[in-house]
Design a protein around this ligand. Sequence first.
Ligand code: SF4
Length: 282
Amino acid sequence: MTTLQTRISESAGFCWGVERALRLAHRAADEAPGPVRSIGPLIHNPGVIADLEKRGVNVISEPGEARGGTVILRSHGVPREVKDQLTGTDAVVVDATCTFVKSAQEKAAKLQRQGYFVIILGETDHPEVLALRSYAGEDSLVVETPADLPDVLPSRRVGVVVQTTQSQERLAELVENLAPRTRELLVHNTICSATEQRQTAARAMADQVDAVVVVGGRNSGNTRRLAELCAARQSRTYHVESAEELDPAWFRGLKVVGITAGASTPPEQIKAVADRLAGFES
Ligand code: SF4
């Protein structure tokens, strides 16, 4: 019997910002005197959130639910008004917003102050984008593709900021569409370096393997985009949340399977997938 060979992407799994958010949450769970809560799930990975709940870090959706104790602001940030509401309470705030996200928020606010029509490239309902929008102003526009742009732009001075986990391909597509329609186009490429590294490594790997497994939460935008760009290169691309979802039939007759994972996927989930795949027949 020949078994499958596996190859893990050079850059996969937890990023710096997620590791920092988890460190801060674990420290708060161990040391804070009262209840510890996060506004929204700390990261987009159901297994990690379940583990945090076991440690006593519970998820709330509104600052009003904080009622004292410690509140953690997650790595992809919260809207400006949520921060303002917390300032007036007796909650201890632990800000785990990633520095890349903060930088995108500052750029969005500056574009708005300078009078640009601000366009955010990102997923409309993603918490990071909702927070970014609170800095870009109510007149800003969120688009996922150029098809979401209006026929006539309200201004020919346009500023662009990007959800940190978007792909360079989507940004290039948007800029190509906007450039001929504007007099001044100021683009802040706020895609973070962790996203860029994971996407570059995943593209290279997808070209060299017979199938790709992408590990991570289905609610994780950056994991979904990894799956999207791998699928564009390798039609046998499978997005799973856990090793149990793997089906041996997907890999029958294949030799090498590549594995990549989003920035919110812990190393033990990647290892569990690699271990299970290594036991499958090729
Ligand atoms: S994916 Fe990028 S922006 Fe998001 S937490 Fe990680 S390093 Fe920060």
